[in-house]
Write a protein that binds this ligand. Sequence first.
Ligand SMILES: Cc1cc2nc3c(=O)[nH]c(=O)nc-3n(C[C@H](O)[C@H](O)[C@H](O)COP(=O)(O)O)c2cc1C
Length: 224
Amino acid sequence: MQQHDCSPLSDYIEYPSAEMLTRSLDFYDEVKRRHSVRSFSDRPVDKEVIENCLRAAGTAPSGANHQPWHFVAVNSPDIKKKIREQAEIHERGFYQGRAGEEWLGALKDLGTDANKPYLEHAPWLIAIFSQKKGGTAEEDKKTNYYVHESVGIATGILITALHNAGLATLTHTPKPMSFLNQVCQRGDNERAYMLLIAGYPSKDATVPAHAQVKKSLDDIATFL
Ligand SMILES: Cc1cc2nc3c(=O)[nH]c(=O)nc-3n(C[C@H](O)[C@H](O)[C@H](O)COP(=O)(O)O)c2cc1C
């Protein structure tokens, strides 16, 4: 290995094999209770919880550790209203035909449509932006590597952290999402990547049967 500044791996924890097995199963049991929810209560959620979940997302691995992401956590009713208005305009075009027959067919079993009341009901909307240029310092303008992959991993950790905290989430991707740059005041270097909705589920929240069908381990994994 090349000479570089480093310190000993001091926070690694090794678990006895039985505990490792239990932990792996416990985590699976925990994450399989995560569902995309499309009906939220307006019950407030502490900003500190969102901050901690974002800190967790910020620990994600990333190409050259450039951390090419920015999260805009929106709690302001005015900004949520703007996001809903813009998202619904785009979604109407999408559901009225821009998506094409095949895509609309694939969405049928989820029961989604152009109405997105949860964008105003939920206490938090988290707009996730990917950065074309960056580096470890905020002001850096270096090339970022594996941006899509890195932001995807950070988003996965964020969804899991929110779920772990006891919040329901929805991954939302209004198409196109570029209006988020303007509403969230993010510059040209950033591209809207995803919008996460987070909060308590409403009492009548449901989970589509289609979404509960997960491929078996045999289908998703091969051991060689
Ligand atoms: C990249 C991505 C984009 C998505 N976009 C939307 C969306 O715009 N609207 C929506 O209602 N659900 C959206 N979803 C949620 C999926 O429909 C949901 O994850 C899928 O049906 C499986 O359900 P589950 O999340 O409960 O496991 C999206 C999910 C992903 C990963």
